[in-house]
Write a protein that binds this ligand. Structure first.
Ligand code: KIV
Length: 276
């Protein structure tokens, strides 16, 4: 009945929130990637990835939009369900799309869909101080939450572009306080996108929960990238933090394995992938 208990003795038991906390405490970097379908999910799992995110980046890399704004809850449910079928060991996180968590009640209703219909084990939402009540409501209902801070792609039209966040000391202080409040409200992971190394390190030190970075420097507890970026499928200009791991490999699974190893041995991110 308790499949998780039975699997505990396996050489590679499934990752859960306790595994991730332990990895932070033991300073073992957490390797995370996005995935959007079952075939790639199998490869990402085989390569040893710890956390898989069905990100709303699918709006750009799968659906061809310019931003993540058009993505719906139905879209995430559809892709999460496919990814879940391909995974055994990794911890599956699904994104709450734009405007799907404007009230605690709406957030709870949509989180339940991502978990029950999509098979997600955690939901991720973009938020700061304004989302503390929502995280607290979800947490009170035992919904695991990842809070996404820094560059928040769903706010692109309000912010006026994709740019590094938290460079000014006042903004950096605000982000550290927001991260702390989100953790206190029950967030189980904080994800930081596009912030200076120093801020990534400060938030990682301040929090007990794991901090996963994308363009947040080498001192965070784990790294995440968009799968199609590391496989060199994405065409045109890519963000500074992207590294092409397909180069030098023929099979995609070898490229993904190279990414996981680079995160584990901390050779990724290198200084050229970071912001100051
Ligand atoms: O949607 C996504 O893929 C994300 C990652 C970039 C972290 O949020």
């Amino acid at each position: 009945m308790y499949t998780q208990l039975e699997q505990r003795g396996m050489p590679q038991p499934p990752v859960n929130v306790s595994t991730l906390r332990r990895m932070k405490d033991e300073k073992r970097p957490i390797a995370c990637l996005t995935a959007y379908d079952a075939s790639y999910a199998v490869l990402v799992d085989a390569a040893g990835t710890d956390v898989v995110l069905v990100g709303d980046s699918l709006g750009m890399v799968i659906q061809g939009h310019d931003t993540t704004v058009p993505v719906t809850v139905d879209d995430i449910v559809y892709h999460a369900r496919a990814v879940a079928r391909g995974l055994q060991r990794p911890f599956l996180v699904a994104d709450m799309p734009f405007m799907s968590y404007t009230t605690p009640e709406q957030a709870l209703e949509n989180s339940v869909r991502l978990m029950q219909e999509g098979g997600a084990m955690m939901v991720k939402l973009e938020g700061g101080e304004g989302q503390v009540d929502i995280v607290s409501h979800l947490s009170r209902h035992d919904i695991p939450v990842c809070a996404h801070l820094g560059l928040k792609p769903q706010s692109v039209h309000k912010v006026g572009g994709f740019r590094v966040q938290g460079r000014e000391s006042g903004k950096a202080r605000e982000m550290i306080d927001a991260a702390q409040r989100l953790q206190d409200a029950g967030a189980d992971i904080v994800l930081l996108e596009c912030v200076p190394n120093e801020l990534g390190e400060a938030i990682t030190r301040a929090l007990e929960v794991p901090v996963i970075g994308i363009g947040a420097g080498p001192e965070v507890d784990g790294q995440i990238l968009v799968l199609y970026d590391i496989l060199d499928i994405t065409q045109g200009r890519t963000p500074r933090f992207v590294r092409n791991f397909q180069s030098g490999h023929t099979a995609p699974v070898d490229a993904i394995r190279a990414y996981v190893e680079a995160v584990r041995d901390r050779s990724y991110p290198a200084p050229e992938h970071c912001f100051s």
